[in-house]
Design a protein. Structure first.
Length: 119
């Protein structure tokens, strides 16, 4: 009788621990990160397994566009990534990876948002 109760308790504790480990694999931070600057707005949505989808929109219809820049971990230079989005409708622009830094910029102007390192 005691042996059966012990086995059940161990099973419940083991199941609870497995559930906690499953939740620990998802970033503790919000699953959505937003960035903006004058004329450009962006949003990063966590897809799972360290992958993110990056959306962009042009908040001013003046011929300039919104586009993401990326910087590798430990890097110092920024590179353009993905498509330019030149409409006020949010569109998927590119994909990102955890531990890399991203910022949304306005093409042809040079202003960019603050950087976000994806968790």
């Amino acid at each position: 009788m005691m042996r059966g109760l012990w086995s059940r308790r161990v099973g419940v504790v083991g199941t609870g621990a497995a559930m906690l480990l499953g939740f620990a694999a998802v970033p503790a931070q919000a699953a959505t990160i937003t960035r903006s600057t004058t004329g450009a707005a962006g949003r990063a949505v966590y897809l799972g397994d360290a992958n993110w989808e990056l959306f962009a929109r042009d908040t001013l219809s003046d011929g300039h566009c919104a586009r993401w820049q990326v910087r590798a971990p430990g890097g110092s230079s920024w590179s353009w990534q993905g498509d330019s989005v030149c409409t006020s409708t949010e569109k998927s622009a590119t994909f990102g990876v955890s531990d890399y830094s991203y910022r949304i910029c306005r093409t042809g102007i040079g202003n960019c948002s603050s950087a976000a390192t994806l968790p």
